[in-house]
Design a protein around this ligand. Sequence first.
Ligand SMILES: Nc1ncnc2c1ncn2[C@@H]1O[C@H](COP(=O)(O)OP(=O)(O)OP(=O)(O)O)[C@@H](O)[C@H]1O
Ligand SMILES: [Mg+2]
Length: 252
Amino acid sequence: MSARIIAITNQKGGEGKTTTALNLAFALAKDKKATLLIDMDPQANTTGIFTNPDKLEKSLYNVFSGQVSLADILLPTSEPLLKVAPSKITLAEVESYSLNVDAPYILRDALSPVKNDFKFIIIDCPPSLSIFTINALVAATHVVVPAQAEKFSIDGMSGLQTTINSIKRRINPDLEILGALVTQLKPKTVLTKTILPVVSQFFPVFKATISAGVAVGESHLASKSIFDYAPDSKQAAEYRDFMKELCHELKA
Ligand SMILES: Nc1ncnc2c1ncn2[C@@H]1O[C@H](COP(=O)(O)OP(=O)(O)OP(=O)(O)O)[C@@H](O)[C@H]1O
Ligand SMILES: [Mg+2]
């Protein structure tokens, strides 16, 4: 079975993409599944959990500039079955090459020699429908859309749905939308009455949800996954449930 390549995407900022990509990748690796986490965001928030992005000699910038292969930039992590493809702010410069006809295919091509080394490849996307998000959606087999339990922007969701569908139609017909993951759910939010009907107009919705809690922000500050920072927290259990639901859905 070839790798499941999952783009974690939402063009809105702060919806929980990085938190979800990171903790899903850790959950999979801890469940003995060889996993690659790709930081497709020039903000490099994911990379910052593992290393100082400014000090990196090689990153996705060099892959996107055609200087090195993806295998050359992969970093080991504290988790034996998890590797990271790091990013840094210079990646943003690559946007200017995006008029090149090959531009949407860089990640897909770069992944092809390494993808069979992994069972899962998780891609953290930037908060924009930029060339990086397009690269992720072209390379991916599946999409997960994290969305905050509040301030849903229906316009944003329909824009994202349109982008995903046009990539499916034109470039990547097998791309499958797994669904939206409700994140940062507050205790008093009435999920079933208020949020689900809105989100499910656009995407299927995972049964698992992630509640809001301080442990998440603290885990980022400690540069750790939620499982290593607060193994007994509600969010650790919820992210584990999400991983299991996703694996069940994918029969993986
Ligand atoms: N379940 C949660 N509970 C509390 N805070 C959370 C939770 N999930 C994420 N956050 C916080 O919300 C903020 C945004 O989360 P995150 O960085 O994962 O979103 P993002 O979609 O990757 O953002 P960006 O669009 O900037 O890349 C962060 O400060 C993070 O610590
Ligand atoms: Mg992010």
